[in-house]
Design a protein around this ligand. Structure first.
Ligand code: SF4
Length: 700
């Protein structure tokens, strides 16, 4: 057989952003292996990444445009999209249309979608499924640092002496990072603390597991801040020279968490365990605190993020090797989307709507006089606006909100009532059922562009397969609609490299150094250099170590250059368990599945470990509800119900349940966890509380 040609690309599954070498034989058989030269993974891949070659078949692919369920030409489909959007805008104003996009989009796709909606349609109504993933980290970063910045880099895991994993099943959700952490544990004895209500696979190898009550993270970290202050373990020089607001934050933390005993009681933990955690944190300087969806997906997620950051600021543990708060993102390009302004409350290039000068600057750069002047609707509010008829035309790109959004039955009802729904995607999903126009998008292995991973490293996704049928890249579809709406001059791109150069130029446009997101050095990248682009951190084109880790100089992108402590207080979850709904239900990922399984669900070896949806409960709870392992049960919340097998496990605490988020209509229609989840959101970030909803369970 002819030897496979290898193409250097990036895994599309999670925010670790592993480098992949994809080999394509003449018969199109694809093999993948980890790229030994990619600094995110150094050749490692997890089970999902290693199976990428098995996900590239054309079964279930959308190959041709469809209008009202019938195959159509691109011209017919795009003419109709442009006409419907233009008519809604003319009759009801720009806020009557919306885009709901995805962390699966490449940065170039995201850039043109954002430019079209905010710059030329003139509405802020573009939001992304990253809202469900890390919006609370974005808001927390902005409150503390003045800009949405992850300060550290993955290399910090290898030079930390303590890693605190909070709200993160890293072993399953960011497996290659977890392997790097375990290597540090073997080689330098790095201690690992896991803070998670469940005893997850991550907790199997740790020094201390704090199975705190759901939603009590602020209390735990407020207690830590108070303990550090009382024990004289704060860095007074750092606090004085580089921060503001310490006294207010420490005072509120002290009032909230006056003693370790009160923290332990409030969090449902043993006093000795809380004391052990505080002693480890106080005594080990090189500490990284990693947080993920368990922190973000909460009605108080932003406060949780700031409670964590407060402890790092108080100890000066930020911007230094092996130290810092570290948000790990779920999606491969959540960070790229944040960089271009893909969230409804961002404008572009880390600028927001709060400052008129930002709006004016972006308007002039885009030559877009009708630019949006205020933030748009965040995801949950956007679908509410679809439901009550304020949004007449909606374009969903590369995501499956009929399954993944909280209170999914309400989202489905909204989609079915909406005047006009466009869906562009790679495969059929639960959401494509609601599409008036269906647009076939190019998938991984066919797409060409860039992504940014959790440590701010830009990498290329490169094509190595021809686009099948009539599929097109997302950026091209968006530009063709823009041209039909009369904006052709601003969207006359011929290749993703042109879009990337414009994105890079915007980041540097009239940037006086106050905004750290500046990749202006890449604005002159030639086509060949874009093609050969090797992974690099922003904003450090020369990749010197002291540049890759941010805030090393103690300067922060706030108005006074100081990091801000944010006083936060422990608040209750949006709903609390009661006699009707006595179980605290948590949702999350499995090791071998991705999102709503539209790729991984077709790979037998990835399905082998968990072939059907299951709800995990403690054996004592099962006995109380007359359930046995393997029983089919009906799990209900105030928002809906699902059917799933019961799985008994002592990894669950009594009174709690866990259900994977992945199952959809393609695999188990009655088991979509989104049907159960609460749509209550964090007031700062708009992120819904997907990690906690009261539930009850009965045998079917
Ligand atoms: Fe892909 Fe994430 Fe696994 Fe790396 S850790 S191979 S990026 S899914």
């Amino acid at each position: 057989m002819e030897e496979a040609r290898e193409v250097r690309t990036t895994c599309p599954y999670c925010g670790v952003g592993c480098g992949v070498l994809a080999g394509v034989a003449a018969d199109r058989t694809t093999t993948v292996r980890g790229d030994p030269d990619h600094p995110a993974n150094f050749g490692r891949l997890c089970s999902k990444g290693a199976a990428l070659g098995e996900t590239l078949g054309l079964d279930g692919r959308l190959l041709y445009p469809e209008v009202h369920g019938s195959q159509a030409s691109w011209d017919e489909a795009l003419d109709l999209v442009a006409e419907k959007f233009s008519r809604a805008i003319a009759e009801h104003g720009p806020d009557s249309v919306a885009f709901y996009v995805s962390g699966q989009l490449l940065t170039e796709d995201y850039y043109v979608a954002n430019k079209l909606m905010k710059g030329f349609i003139g509405s802020g109504n573009i939001d992304t499924n990253s809202r469900l993933c890390m919006a609370s980290s974005v808001a927390g970063h902005r409150r503390a640092f003045g800009e949405d910045i992850v300060p550290g880099v993955y290399a910090d895991f290898e030079c930390a002496d303590l890693i605190v994993l909070t709200g993160s099943n890293t072993a399953w959700c960011h497996p290659v990072l977890y392997q790097r952490m375990l290597a540090a544990r073997r080689e330098r004895g790095t201690r690992i603390v896991v803070i998670d209500p469940r005893r997850t696979a991550t907790a199997d190898e740790c020094d201390l597991h704090l199975a705190l009550d759901p939603g009590t993270d602020v209390l735990l970290f407020n207690g830590l801040l108070a303990h550090l202050a009382q024990a004289g373990k704060t860095d007074a020089v750092f606090i004085h020279d580089f921060t503001s607001g310490f006294d207010a934050a420490a005072s509120l933390a002290g009032a909230d968490a006056p003693s370790i005993a009160r923290v332990a009681k409030g969090c449902g933990l043993a006093v000795a365990d809380v004391q052990a955690f505080y002693d480890l944190f106080a005594g080990i300087e090189r500490t990284v605190t990693v947080y993920s969806q368990g922190v973000n997906q909460s009605a108080h997620g932003t406060d949780k993020v700031n409670a964590i950051i407060n402890c790092h600021l108080a100890t000066g543990r930020i911007g230094k090797p092996g130290m810092g708060p570290f948000s790990v993102t779920g999606q491969p390009n959540a960070m790229g989307g944040r960089e271009v302004g893909g969230l409804a409350n961002q404008l572009a290039a880390h600028m927001d709507f709060a400052d008129e000068a930002n709006i004016d600057r972006v308007s002039r750069f885009w030559k877009a006089p009708d630019i949006a002047r205020r933030a748009g609707l965040k995801a949950v509010d956007m679908f509410q606006a679809v439901a009550d008829g304020r949004i007449k035309s909606l374009w969903v790109m590369g995501t499956n909100p009929a399954v993944s959004m909280p209170d999914a039955s309400r989202v489905r009802a909204a989609l079915s009532k909406c005047d006009f729904v466009v869906v562009s995607d790679v495969t059929r999903t639960d959401t494509t059922r609601y599409a008036d126009v269906l647009l076939p998008a190019a998938g991984w292995g066919e797409k060409d562009g860039t992504v940014t991973n959790s440590e701010r490293r830009l990498s290329r996704q490169r094509p190595f397969l021809p686009t099948p049928g009539e599929t097109k890249a997302d950026w091209r579809i968006i530009c063709e609609v823009a041209a039909r709406m009369g904006f052709g001059d601003a969207f006359d791109y011929h290749a993703p490299a042109e879009i990337f150069r414009e994105h890079a130029a915007l980041s540097a446009f009239e940037n006086d150094g106050k905004r750290l997101f500046d990749i202006g050095d890449l604005a002159d990248l030639g086509d060949a250099d874009y093609g050969a682009f090797m992974p690099l951190h922003w904003p450090a084109p020369e990749q010197r170590e002291e540049q890759t880790r941010l805030f090393a100089d103690g300067h922060f992108p706030t108005s006074d250059g100081r990091a801000r402590f944010v006083p936060v207080r422990q608040e209750a979850t949006a709903f609390t368990v009661d006699a009707d709904y006595p179980l605290a239900l948590n949702t999350g990922r499995l090791r071998d599945q991705w999102h709503t399984m539209t790729r991984t669900g077709n790979v037998p070896r990835l399905m082998a470990n968990a072939p059907e949806p299951a709800v995990d409960i403690h054996p004592a709870d099962a006995a109380a509800y007359h359930l046995k392992d393997g029983d089919l049960a009906r799990l209900s919340t105030r928002f809906g119900f699902v059917r799933a097998r019961v799985r008994l496990t002592e990894a669950q605490r009594r009174g709690q349940a866990f259900m994977p988020m992945h199952w959809s209509g393609l695999f188990a229609a009655k088991a979509a966890a989104g049907l159960l989840s609460s749509p209550v959101t964090d007031p700062h970030s708009g992120q819904p509380e997907l990690k906690h909803v009261p539930a009850r369970i009965v045998r079917e």
